[in-house]
Design a protein around this ligand. Sequence first.
Ligand SMILES: CC(C)(COP(=O)(O)OP(=O)(O)OC[C@H]1O[C@@H](n2cnc3c(N)ncnc32)[C@H](O)[C@@H]1OP(=O)(O)O)[C@@H](O)C(=O)NCCC(=O)NCCS
Length: 187
Amino acid sequence: MPTKHNDISLFVIKEQDITPKLDRAIREMLVVCFPADREYYQRQSFWHSPAVYRIIGKNDKGSIVAHTAIVQRAVIIGPALSKVRVAGIQSFCVLQDYRSMGLSNKMMSAAMDEGSRRSLDAGLLFCREQLEKVYGGMGWRKLDTAVYMTDDKKGKNLIPSRNITMFYPLNAKQLPAGDIDLAGTDW
Ligand SMILES: CC(C)(COP(=O)(O)OP(=O)(O)OC[C@H]1O[C@@H](n2cnc3c(N)ncnc32)[C@H](O)[C@@H]1OP(=O)(O)O)[C@@H](O)C(=O)NCCC(=O)NCCS
């Protein structure tokens, strides 16, 4: 059953259940919310890493007005190389006309509830500094630790310095101390 937020219904959708039609509708919405990445989202509906599930908000006409894609990854933390299974937040957005009514908070709750249902240890996201307050209000905490990603071009390197890293407790109430290795690309 979808969760209702005023007239917006939130759906948890497994990636394998995303039809080509739904994928197109998601891409059309992402292009509007992330105009700088228009060319990218015209081609594909996920950022650097494929999603495992998504939260989609639809209005009463069935149009998508809110979206986030969730990546699942076992990241490696600290000198003990502890494996931590995270829900990585990607392409988190709400259409302009539906902002400032708390919809993003409901969408994040749905994303983290599903992460908890999947027994994941934590949420992990990367964002610009100015969004710290927005995500902080949803229970996320900024992490002051080095985060490494690996890609084909540069190998293992720090994530872009323009981004901060934020953490949300699920099974793990805090993360082990030490650097985080994303064990792959960022998302
Ligand atoms: C970020 C975003 C999802 C928040 O959605 P929302 O539904 O407006 O969220 P809320 O209703 O919970 O409002 C959150 C608060 O954050 C503020 N906020 C939103 N975007 C912000 C930004 N880029 N910088 C600073 N504050 C911002 C809003 O003004 C609002 O404050 P208010 O309650 O005092 O009005 C939405 O602004 C959006 O889609 N932005 C474009 C895509 C994007 O940048 N996504 C984040 C990728 S990391």
